[in-house]
Structure formats: C-alpha cells, structure tokens
Design a protein around this ligand. Structure first.
Ligand SMILES: Cc1cc2nc3c(=O)[nH]c(=O)nc-3n(C[C@H](O)[C@H](O)[C@H](O)COP(=O)(O)OP(=O)(O)OC[C@H]3O[C@@H](n4cnc5c(N)ncnc54)[C@H](O)[C@@H]3O)c2cc1C
Length: 465
C-alpha cells in the first residue's frame, strides 16, 4: 500500500495548490526599518500588521527558501485557540493573566477569519470548531478533566458530549465521549500562507526568498548575499531556529508527520458523518489531529520520528515508512471502513519546542532584536496573536505607541532556559515519546480509567508540567 504514497514533496497542500513562483533573493547590502527573518505565518503576519499600522515603514522579509516552506506550509490546518504554556503562565502570573491570554486566543481565530475575508483570498476556511474525542476509559477521564479545565479559563461555550452525541457528529470507532469548542476553524495551510504573502507584498513589504540568514546581530541580518541593516530585527524561524548562530539549544526542532487519503466517496462520507467539518483530535498521550479537507479527504497527523540528533531538520518532508504505516493504523482505528482506502500523500515538518513548552514573544529593547515562537504544535492561530504583539512592542519601543492589551499578555518577555547539550537532548526526547506510546498501549489494553503513570512521568521529564 505504501508504495503508491507520494512521500515528501514538502506537503500534500503544495501538491494540491501548486508551488508559488520564486521571489528574488537579496541583491546585496540593504537597509530597512524592520527586517523579519522567516516567511512563515509569524513573519508574514508581523509584516502585515506592522505595515498596516505604519504604512511608511520599510519592512523586509528574508526567507531562506520560499514563504510557507516550513510548518506554515505543512501543518494540519487547525486554526484554533490552543496556546502552549497557558497553564504555566497561570502559575507564574496568576489565573486572571492566563484567562486574558486565552480570551486573546479565542478572538484570534475570528481575527484570522476576518482578515482573510477582508483581503479576499481563499484559505479553505470552515469554522466548525474543534472536537476532541475519547476512545478509552482513561482518555474519557482525561477528557472530562480537560473539559473542566478549559471552562475554568472562561470558555463558557465549550460543550461536553456523550457517546451518542459524539456519534451524531462523527462516527469514530469506540468513541465514548468528546469535548467541542467553537473556537476553531479548518484551513488549507498553503492557501493561507500564499494569500498572506501576496497580501503583504501588495501592501509594499519587500520579500526576498532563497535568502538564508546565517546570523542575527543587533541591527543586522547577515546573509551570503549581503547584510540588511535595520533598527529592529525580528526572528520568526520557529523549528529552524537551532541552525542560526548562537541558537542551537534555544528551541528544539520536533517533527510532526501527516498523511492525506485519496478523496473519500460519498458513501464513505455518509458512513462517517463529519458534516460539521470540525477539526478532530483525541486524548491519547501520543495524540492525533485531523481535518476533513475541502476536497473530501482526511488529512491526519501525529508524531513521527520526533527529533533528529543534533537538532537537524529535514528538507522536503520525506517520512519514514514506519511512520506512514503508524498514521494509517490510527486512521483505520478511528474509521475501520477506510481499511482499503489509499494513503495518497505523506509528509513531515518541524515545530519549535522550548525547554518549558511555553510559547513566547519578546522584543529586547536594548538591542532591537525580537522573536516569537516556541508554539509547539499550536502555531497556526498563535502566530497571528504573536504578530500583533510584536507590532505593538515595536511601536511602543519606537515611541509610536504605548502599552496595549497585547503588550501586557503574560507570554511577553518570557525567559526560558536552554535545552541540554547532545546526546542528552536526543535521548530525552526519544525516551519521552517511546513512553507516551507505551502508555497509550497500556491504556488501550487495561480499560482502566486512570491515566498511565508512565505518561505522567514522561510529562515531568519533558518539562511539560
Ligand atoms: C506537520 C505539522 C502539523 C501541524 N499542525 C498544526 C495545526 O494543525 N494547528 C496548529 O495550530 N499548529 C500546527 N502546527 C504548528 C504550526 O504549523 C506552526 O507553529 C506555525 O506554522 C509556525 O509558523 P512560523 O512562521 O513561526 O514558523 P514556520 O512556518 O516554520 O516558518 C519559519 C520560516 O522561516 C524560514 N527560515 C528559517 N530559518 C531561516 C533563516 N536562517 N533565514 C531565512 N529564513 C529562515 C523557514 O524556511 C520558514 O519558512 C503543525 C506543525 C507541523 C510541522
């Protein structure tokens, strides 16, 4: 079955929507008011909001390959209100601060929908919310706890469903319950990033592709083709950050892998349901995420080879056969009637994981160097909130603005220690994911409502709690 899978090629989304035409690389030394390193959602949204706020700003985006080459062109298309680190921010800054952060994230989903509408491009958007299902007693116990926990952050519109109500929405095998939030939409990741890059250029932002930045120094972004000088240099490189000089142990590049099926038949869709096109997740420790695509496929992801020694990142998204098969097994476990359905495409990408698993946004006022990221697996919407925050921090620092609701969010200026050197880094991550997989297997066979102790142990080692 796997021999017919298109493997890599960046992602299914590009196979579906086509690659963009290459933009010109940097042609020599240059200057700007703001230089942004990285042409993913974070970099492009930041350019968008800064240029909208101050139209005369000279903004340059430097992208090593092409806009959307990274996770922004490869993700699962969950535009949703999750943000990595919220619970830790509640501990550090108080519950009220974390509620503000959550509220800002809820609003961010609508903000992206609003801008996509205003700019008038197709991003394959469908706002059906997020449905997370439980398939074992232990998952159900976690689901209920998760649901209550989310309500405590002010999510009054979240709903808890039993087995029957879940089946009315989607027929997932063995589903015993689910939790649904309206704060989520399905997107076509590549249509979103391409539309955004075009909108940014139309506003007058300079975008250079095929231009790797080798070093970021205060007021300098250094590339093989010249240096761009600017009072503000914003690093928006997420899972690729480790390749920059001095950043090897900042954010760990973690892999996530996906598959997309061939388009399902009407009869298959009738059997599955899923008319609401909610993004779909589960409560396993090595969790899965999925969407019903605009062209009638299922795109489903989970952890592949989680981490490569020395913080290496892959190139074109080629994915190990064992990972493709593991994802196919998850698909068939969820929807047994798809046992004979072909997996059309498999791919992988990297996301950035800070040592304490907390996303953050920072502008160092003494140097003018800023950054945003460490979103772990929740960056599609978070990048937009980060961008509006970077905009306000730059405006505040340059005397064009004051404090705003965004500059006061608890993830601003968060400091985190660096990852361990190798081989500890590699051993730790491999061990953590092997443990999650074992914990899931034990929960499946034990039918107990209590979460495996192994998973809690892995969480502690990972620094997640
Ligand atoms: C398989 C997968 C599935 C995911 N699914 C979801 C999901 O469903 N929902 C969700 O919320 N999140 C998801 N994520 C995470 C989400 O995609 C990312 O958090 C988000 O796209 C990050 O955007 P970014 O712009 O910060 O980083 P990226 O999109 O990675 O962009 C960084 C850009 O910087 C460029 N760059 C890096 N280094 C340099 C350099 N030195 N010089 C110049 N350019 C450089 C890269 O080429 C890249 O284009 C997923 C991630 C992966 C990999």
């Amino acid at each position: 079955m796997s021999s017919r899978v298109v493997n890599g090629g960046i992602s299914f989304w590009y196979a579906d929507d086509g690659f963009p035409e290459a933009r010109e690389p940097l042609g020599g030394d240059a200057s700007a008011d703001v230089v942004i390193v990285g042409g993913g959602y974070t970099g492009l949204w930041t350019a968008y909001y800064l240029k909208k706020a101050v139209p005369f700003l000279r903004i340059t985006v430097l992208e090593q390959k092409f806009c959307g080459y990274g996770a922004s062109g490869r993700n699962g298309g969950w535009l949703y209100n999750g943000i990595a680190g919220r619970d830790r921010y509640a501990k550090l800054h108080g519950h009220e601060a974390a509620v503000r952060l959550q509220k800002a994230m809820n609003d961010t989903v609508d903000e992206v929908v609003r801008v996509v509408g205003e700019e008038g491009f197709d991003a394959g958007l469908h706002k059906g919310g997020v449905l997370e299902v439980a398939r074992t007693p232990a998952q159900l116990a976690r689901l209920r706890a998760f649901h209550e926990h989310e309500l405590s952050y002010g999510e009054k519109d979240r709903e808890l469903y039993g087995a029957r109500e879940t089946a009315e929405r989607i027929r997932v095998a063995d589903a015993v319950g689910s939790s649904w939030t309206p704060h989520g939409a399905r997107v076509h990741p590549v249509k979103l990033v391409k539309g955004l890059a075009a909108a940014v250029e139309a506003l007058g932002v300079t975008v250079h592709e095929q231009t790797p930045v080798t070093e970021i120094r205060p007021k300098h972004a250094v590339t093989p083709y010249g240096t761009v000088r600017a009072p503000y240099v914003l690093r928006c490189t997420e899972g690729f950050t480790a390749a920059l000089k001095g950043q090897r142990r900042t954010w760990l590049p973690m892999n996530s892998s996906m598959i997309a099926t061939e388009p399902l038949t009407d009869a298959q869709w009738a059997a599955i349901g899923w008319e609401g096109r909610q993004t779909l997740g589960d409560m396993a420790h090595a969790y899965m995420y999925a969407q019903r695509t605009a062209d009638g496929r299922i795109a489903l992801g989970g952890r592949g080879v989680p981490y490569r020694f020395g913080s290496r990142t892959d190139n074109d998204g080629r994915t190990q056969a064992a990972t493709v098969e593991a994802l196919r097994e998850i698909l068939v476990g969820f929807f047994p009637m798809l046992a004979g359905t072909r997996v059309a495409h498999a791919w992988s990408g990297v996301l950035g994981v800070p040592r304490d698993w907390c996303a953050s946004v920072t502008l160092d006022r003494s140097t003018g160097v800023g950054w945003a990221g460490g979103y772990v697996g929740s960056g599609v919407a978070t990048a937009n909130l980060a961008a509006r925050t970077l905009r306000d921090l730059v405006q505040q620092d340059s005397g064009q603005g004051g404090r705003t609701e965004f500059t006061e969010l608890p993830w601003v200026g968060h400091k985190v220690r660096r990852w361990e050197p190798e081989p500890l880094r590699w051993l730790g991550v491999q061990g953590m994911y092997a443990t999650y997989r074992t914990a899931d297997r034990r929960e499946l066979t034990s039918h107990r409502a209590e979460s495996s102790r192994l998973a809690r142990w892995a969480d502690r080692i990972a620094g997640r709690h």
